[in-house]
Design a protein around this ligand. Structure first.
Ligand code: ZN
Length: 175
C-alpha cells in the first residue's frame, strides 16, 4: 500500500498515513501537497489531485502521543466501534479478556468492547473458561491513527478511523 509522509506545519515529520487518508486531509484543507508522484493523479470525491508523497499540515498540531496511544475505556469502545467482541451487539462496557483479578492489565491488547450482558456473563473468567469466543482480536492503535485524531478527523461516516485519546474518564464497565 502506498504511504504518504505527513509533516507538521513546522516541517517536522509526524507520521505516515495511507494514500487515501492523505488525500482526504488535502481535500479537507487540512494539509497541502509538498511533493507528489510525477504524472500520477488520484480521483476522489469528483476531483482529481496529485498522488501525494509528502503532505504538510496547514496548521501546527500538537500530537499528544506519537508512539503509543494511551489506553482508555472510551478508546476501546471507539476502536471496536461500540460492537461487543463476543456477540456483535451494541457495547457499552469494556471487558478485560484476562480479568483484572487474574492480573489482566488495562491495555489495548487485553481489553475489548462488550455488551453488558456478555460482560456480566463472562464475569471473572477468561473467554475459554466462560466458553465464549472473541469475534475480533484486540489491537493497538497506530501513530497515524493518533495523528488523525489530533486533527479532529475521527468521523466514521467518511471511512476514517475513529481514534481518540479520550482523556476524560469513561463510564465504568464491569470486570
Ligand atoms: Zn455481547
Amino acid at each position: 500500500m502506498r504511504e504518504t509522509l505527513v509533516l507538521n506545519a513546522s516541517f517536522e515529520p509526524l507520521s505516515t498515513v495511507s494514500l487515501r487518508r492523505a488525500v482526504v486531509l488535502v481535500l479537507r484543507d487540512k494539509a497541502v501537497v509538498e511533493q507528489a508522484h510525477p504524472g500520477l493523479r488520484v480521483r476522489a470525491a469528483a476531483v482529481e489531485v496529485p498522488v501525494p508523497q509528502v503532505i504538510r499540515l496547514r496548521r501546527y498540531v500538537r500530537v499528544p502521543f506519537r508512539e503509543r496511544a494511551p489506553w482508555s475505556r472510551r478508546g476501546v469502545l471507539v476502536r471496536d466501534r461500540h460492537r461487543c467482541a463476543y456477540c456483535g451487539r451494541r457495547a457499552t462496557t469494556v471487558d478485560h479478556v484476562l480479568p483484572r483479578s487474574r492480573g489482566g492489565q488495562d491495555t489495548w491488547l487485553n481489553t475489548v468492547a462488550a455488551c453488558a450482558d456478555d460482560n456480566h456473563r463472562k464475569a471473572d473468567r477468561t473467554p475459554e473458561q466462560a466458553g465464549m469466543r472473541l469475534l475480533t482480536r484486540p489491537f493497538e492503535p497506530t501513530p497515524a491513527d493518533a495523528l488523525l485524531l489530533a486533527l479532529g478527523m475521527r468521523d466514521g461516516a467518511s471511512g476514517l478511523p475513529q481514534w481518540l485519546p479520550a482523556p476524560a474518564p469513561a463510564p465504568a464497565g464491569i470486570a
